[in-house]
Design a protein around this ligand. Sequence first.
Ligand code: MN
Ligand code: MN
Length: 455
Amino acid sequence: MELKYTRKNVYKEADGNELERIYEFAEGYKKFLDNSKTERDASLQAKLLAEQNGFKPFSFSEKLKAGDKRYFLNRDKNIFLISVGTEDVAKDGVRIMVAHVDSPRLDLKPNPMFEDCGLCYLKTHYYGGIKKYQWTALPLALHGVVMLRGGERREICVGEDENDPIFYITDLLPHLGGEQAQKTLGKAIDAESLNAVIGGLPAVDDEEEKECVKTAVLKLLNKKYGITEVDFQCSELCFVPAGKARDVGFDGALISAYGHDDKVCAYPEMKAIFDYNSPHTVLAVFADKEEVGSDGTTGMQSKVISDVIETIASSFGANPIEVRYNSKCISADVTAGYDPAYSSVYEKRNTTFISCGAAISKYTGARGKSSSNDASAEYMGFIRDILDDNGVFWQTGELGAVDAGGGGTVAKYIANLGIDTVDVGVPVLSMHAPYELISKADVYSLYKACLAFIK
Ligand code: MN
Ligand code: MN
């Protein structure tokens, strides 16, 4: 019996085989990330991988039976993976794992296009919590869909292939940035100046000779996608950092990428439902809109998850209330790993550390745990036992020191349905930056935690 608790570094404890598994798992994760920049991209990836793993489309009117594997792609932006087990769903409930697949980014405004001094731009409205100064002077890619008049849909993805052009938001040169440097970080870059350069070649045959670069870009867009300027009003397009996930460090122990929050949790929960044929009925959810409050048809405040659980319950003639009451949930989301460069905002005894395993947050919230799901001692005990029994490295921590700030996850929306829920995720450094940092040991630990949860 160990009398004192000490946090363990996964890399220190792992033998050669485990280290190999950790690095191998990371390769699959990076590939998934590179194809999952937006919630649409990630949900589509999950659908393709689900089909490869024998999952079939779900219908609210079908009667499910043990062994069925289903996916419900909700409006292309949110997906539910369902694996029906042999256990009695009324008594055993559903094992639910939820992660979100939307990440902070720059959405286009409805009327985004303008020309100024020979350059054509797209205006943006940022989505989620960003530090605006981080989004200038870096390569951007454009992702999303545009609806043409009459219902035809055009998918756009420019900037990811190395032969593609990228897009660019300017910043002030330091030589003229004296006044800017006096401003606070939050005020230095104005949200209305986050306009991305998308062209600079004038159309020679433009009679008006006004906005001739804009005319030329519209001609290109029309030729390639059939779109006209008004079609932007019926689109969902966004700029995200261009490029792929990369190993970090001489030893490659870490990964830097856009959108670890929260694909670093979505991938392990998806892999777990694919890799293990659980006796429990398992539901893995990729949620949308977490970064802006989880509202709408594809966010976790929507009734859709209840509807899916009700459909499962009614398939077996079970009372959906009883099924919900006996269900258990892991809200898989990232937390702030301890960063020695910014030690003052953390409380070292109660924070999570990079490479020390799956990160459990009993509660989140701010200003005295406000607006938090605070997991019960009993449920924490249940989670501790299954993780320990399955050799999973885990740690607990808070998101920063008390009153240093705070944040929330989707945990409370699941818990509000009467389902025991706790946050189990991965510690991240530089969270919400264009390129975030995680440890391969932690994403693998979360995968093992998800397997333990559905075992
Ligand atoms: Mn998150
Ligand atoms: Mn976030």
